[in-house]
Design a protein around this ligand. Structure first.
Ligand code: 1HN
Length: 345
């Protein structure tokens, strides 16, 4: 049995004042909050952002604020449990919806946090990462790893919107977050073609090891085809999920956050194991419900929700005929590297 510990108010005011003057703090009044019994008490709250509601506000930002005055025109998906100012979806995950209008240019910079973009709507935009031009089509995942130059352009005729996922809250907490502005990048010839053939990587003696992030763009057409192929060969009670990996190492595509795509067959219900990392569920295609703890959210296409760690999550596809496809971002690589990863069911 956990015992009641002494409170700060139990201590004489002159003693508390003397401690404060010396930059000293008694541990015992805060011990239970620092180490709650049995499981953490996350600040991250289950939160659902509806795309239908968010989209007109983002389009209005397009009318109100020219790209030159924004650099990145983004509405941040801020978890109320962390407070609006902290711009966090979870302890380690930042989410934002970014709008780029035809002809606009978001200038080159690089920074210490890692980013990915999940393209939500529109055609004609591209992002140049480390000199590699990456087309942006709906459902594509484009990586912007730490330290690499990146800028966005748009040659098309309709608004393009994507979901930004960054490990910014963690990097900022570590006091390691900064950026550098740069010049427009010269586009170099593609260098990832070999990785696009399954089971093949360039031979080490000639080329390998020179590029920490060999693949920067994961096309939705490939990811969707992989999930459909899994569905065709796996038994009906097996979950259909793929993980975005670095093809050189087989490890998560990035060091801090993990990225996955998950397919629900028509009518499928999937109870996920309870795990320590928080996770973001973004619906790429179809319709779905997401039950997080005791609350159920009906997700429409392009909706996004976040679940704190240590919370049961059940995904379900209400459609009798259409599959549903999720993009999932989570804190798994971070928890694994730090040795705090846990799965409880
Ligand atoms: C950033 O560089 C981008 O390059 C988007 O598009 C969102 C949020 C915080 C810090 C840097 C981008 C960002 C960001």
């Amino acid at each position: 049995m956990s015992q009641e510990l002494g409170r700060l108010e139990d201590l004489p005011t002159d003693y508390r004042a003397a401690l404060a003057r010396q930059n000293l703090v008694p541990l015992w009044p805060s011990l239970r909050a620092l180490l709650p019994a049995d499981q953490p008490q996350p600040r991250t709250r289950t939160t659902h952002w509806s795309y239908e509601t968010l989209r007109p506000l983002l389009m209005r930002a397009g009318a109100l604020t020219p790209i030159e005055k924004a650099e990145r025109r983004v509405l941040v998906l801020a978890n109320p449990g962390h407070g609006a100012d902290s711009m966090q979806a979870s302890a380690a995950i930042y989410l934002g919806m970014q709008l780029l209008l035809p002809g606009e240019w978001a200038p080159a910079h690089r920074h210490t946090p890692n980013a990915v973009r999940m393209i939500v709507e529109g055609a004609g935009a591209y992002t140049t990462v480390d000199g590699q031009r990456c087309e942006m089509h709906r459902g594509d995942l484009v990586l912007t790893p730490t330290g690499l130059w990146h800028e966005h352009g748009h040659d098309g005729i309709e608004p393009v919107i994507w979901l930004d996922v960054l490990d910014l809250p963690l990097v900022h907490y570590m006091e390691a977050s900064y950026h550098v502005d740069g010049e427009r990048q010269a586009v170099k010839p593609p260098r990832d073609s070999a990785y696009r053939r399954p089971g093949l990587v360039p031979t080490p003696a000639f080329e390998r090891g020179t590029n920490a992030c060999p693949m920067l763009r994961y096309a939705w057409s490939d990811t969707r085809a992989a999930l459909e192929a899994l569905a065709a060969e796996r038994p009906a009670d097996e979950a259909l999920q793929v993980t975005y990996v670095n093809p050189e190492t087989g490890a998560h595509a990035q060091n801090i956050l993990g990225y996955h795509a998950l397919m629900l067959r028509p009518g499928e219900r999937l109870a996920l194991p309870v795990r320590s990392p928080a996770a973001v569920y973004h619906l790429i295609e179809g319709a779905a419900s997401v039950r997080i703890g005791a609350t159920e959210h009906a997700l429409a296409e392009a909706d996004t929700c976040v679940a704190p760690g240590y919370t049961p999550v059940t995904l379900a596809n209400p459609s009798p005929s259409r599959p549903a496809f999720f993009f999932i971002a989570d804190e798994t690589p971070l928890h694994e590297k730090l040795g705090v990863y846990e799965q409880r069911s």
